[in-house]
Design a protein around this ligand. Structure first.
Ligand SMILES: [Zn+2]
Length: 93
């Protein structure tokens, strides 16, 4: 079993990072790493939450969010999920 290959950023992602870095740059030219770190965390969260969907455990417990494990729709990931269609999201909102 091999490890997954290293990823390479798309041009679009590089541009998004460039914008974020410029927005996190203070007037004196220094980088506000705390604000940039928050942006990175939120970008990762949004990316991961795109695949969120309601799931049941093997014990029948659920529905739980496949991304964070909270009760489905209480965590809010049904708003970010790209797995569900609009009708399913409306049922949970
Ligand atoms: Zn969730």
């Amino acid at each position: 079993m091999s490890k997954p290959p290293a990823l390479q950023a798309t041009r679009k992602w590089v541009q998004q990072v460039e914008v974020a870095v410029s927005e996190c740059t203070r007037p004196d030219g220094s980088l506000d790493t705390e604000v940039l770190a928050d942006w990175i965390l939120n970008a990762m969260e949004q990316y991961g939450a795109r695949g969120a969907e309601p799931m049941f455990t093997m014990d029948g417990d659920g529905p739980r969010c496949s991304h964070c494990g909270a009760m489905w729709s209480l965590c809010g990931h049904h708003h970010t999920s790209e797995v569900l269609d609009d009708g399913e999201e409306a049922d949970c909102a």
